[in-house]
Design a protein around this ligand. Structure first.
Ligand code: NDP
Length: 456
């Protein structure tokens, strides 16, 4: 039987391992979750569920340091950033605790057929397949809205973050959720497929790679189950000639290096107006070269390791291939020698459309830079991508920024700020970045039965 291992990517040491759940355990979990769905917990008054979310938010806040440390040790996130992730998890739980009742109120539809309204009901047990890059936040995006709505969730977390998966499940129970409301399963992808096929499962939410998304969406489609997919991105960071350059550089560095570059909405393609390109590149590459690599638990560290040796090796291969196809390295370009999964902050220019890197997502601290002559060229380049997740536009002329934001084919665009996330704002993309939305009022309705009732 395979096990889920927690390995510290800063020193490659095995911290702990957990045994996988066998068929009997999975079958029991599904049975319990389904029974919960048919009980008063899911179908009755919303208040007990909202109370659990309030309690969960408080618990997370009170144990923030412990939770942040676990994540930093397990997947290499800088401790300050882990604290930020924990904080936003509490915010999401609190948001749905405070707003779910209003969002889920029946909505009336004026109609000639009579008095009509739409009610929001849970649909049943869901499966959540989640990645390691935000090991709590990704889970909370599924848990909070679905707990409020009444959908029990069976969660398969990424195999490199079992400690986060385990502690999250315990917190949900400690907050008062009944058995089955959120069940962590250490299972294989085959077991995920079996769950999706089961009649008691009504939907699946996945965040991860295109490969995983495509596999899970196929299984969901085959069994006619609703799915949402939040996949990769190749987001642009467009800096126009009238931008506040110092601020754009400062946030551009954060937007590329945060979480060691392993963020779906990280700035990956920097599109620079030719008038400011040289200045931006020189300030940006100087800032990249001056990071302090080190232990994510050390407050002085500004760039930690990648989440695993596999993630580091994948990046090494991508950058080598980009350079072999003609890209130029302004700075970085190598794995850091020694223990740990570190990679140098890297800036690539001269990437032509025939270079494989042109369409690839680099999930690490590697920025691509492109130079354009006008806004139209910036939009054309931004949209020449298989992905469509987020993006950021920098200009002092807001009308100009809004025009670009409307023309960029993604699910989210930020003007004069790097991409961000907050409980009250929808999150999701188009094209190969997936479909459906998480968070906000839109997220809680993805797995709701939006039931029409008409009285004539
Ligand atoms: P994966 O997509 O493989 O992992 C995400 C989750 O999907 C994990 O729980 C994984 O399980 C699961 N999974 C993988 N394949 C299947 C399948 N066939 N059926 C069901 N579940 C599956 O991401 P990786 O960790 O391999 O990262 C690879 C790339 O994915 C990154 O370089 C990045 O481009 C992208 N990615 C994007 C993320 C985002 O936020 N949008 C997050 C993470 C990755 P297990 O861990 O057991 O393999």
């Amino acid at each position: 039987m395979s096990s889920y291992q927690s390995i510290n990517p800063a020193n490659n040491q095995l911290l702990k391992s957990w045994p996988s759940h066998d068929e009997a355990a999975v079958s029991h979990a599904l049975e319990v979750a389904d029974r919960l769905f048919h009980s008063d917990w899911s179908k009755g008054d919303i208040q007990p569920r909202l109370q659990v979310l309030h309690k969960l938010a408080d618990l997370i806040d009170s144990r923030a340091e412990e939770l942040a440390t676990i994540a930093s040790k397990e997947m290499g996130k800088l401790i300050g950033q882990s604290r930020g992730e924990v904080k936003i998890c509490a915010q999401i739980a609190r948001y749905y605790a405070e707003h779910a009742e209003r969002i889920l109120k029946p909505q009336s539809y004026p109609s000639e057929l009579g008095e009509a309204w739409v009610e929001y009901h849970p649909i049943g047990v869901l499966v959540a397949v989640e990645p390691w890059n935000f090991p709590y936040y990704q889970l909370m995006r599924v848990l909070a809205p679905n707990l409020a709505l009444g959908n029990p969730v069976l969660a398969k977390h990424a195999n490199i973050v079992p400690h986060c998966a385990d502690v999250f499940e315990k917190l949900v129970r400690e907050a008062g959720a009944p058995e089955g409301a959120w069940t962590n399963l250490f299972i294989s992808t085959d077991q995920v497929a079996d769950l999706i096929a089961d009649d008691r499962v009504q939907g699946v939410a996945l965040t991860g790679s295109e490969r995983a998304g495509s596999a899970v969406a196929q299984q969901a489609g085959k069994h006619l189950k609703k799915s949402t997919l939040e996949l990769g991105g190749n987001d642009v960071f467009v800096v126009l000639d009238d931008a506040d350059l110092d601020e754009a550089v400062r946030q551009g560095v954060q937007a590329r290096l945060s979480n060691c570059g392993q963020v779906c909405t990280a700035a990956k393609r920097f599109i620079l107006h030719e008038k400011i390109a040289d200045r931006f590149i020189s300030q940006f590459s100087a800032a990249l070269s001056s990071v302090t690599l080190g232990d994510p638990l050390d407050e002085k560290t500004t760039l930690g390791p990648l989440s695993s040796s596999d993630a580091r090796d994948r990046l090494v291969k991508q950058v080598d291939e980009a350079v072999a196809h003609g890209a130029q390295l302004v700075t970085g370009g190598k794995a850091v020698a020694g223990v740990g999964c570190y990679y140098q902050p890297t800036l690539l220019t001269g990437i032509t459309p025939d270079n494989p890197a042109y369409y690839q997502e680099f999930f690490g601290p590697v920025a691509q830079v492109y130079v354009v002559g006008d806004d139209q060229a910036a939009v054309a380049l931004a949209n020449d991508s298989h992905y469509g997740l987020g993006g950021s536009v920098w200009t002092r002329d807001i009308a100009r920024g809004r025009k670009l934001a409307s023309a960029i084919e993604t699910g989210m665009v930020f003007i004069n700020s790097q991409s961000d996330t907050s409980a009250e704002l929808p999150f999701g993309g188009v094209k190969r970045s997936g479909y459906g939305r998480e968070l906000s009022d839109l997220g809680i309705k993805e797995f709701a039965n939006q039931k029409l009732v008409v009285v004539s």
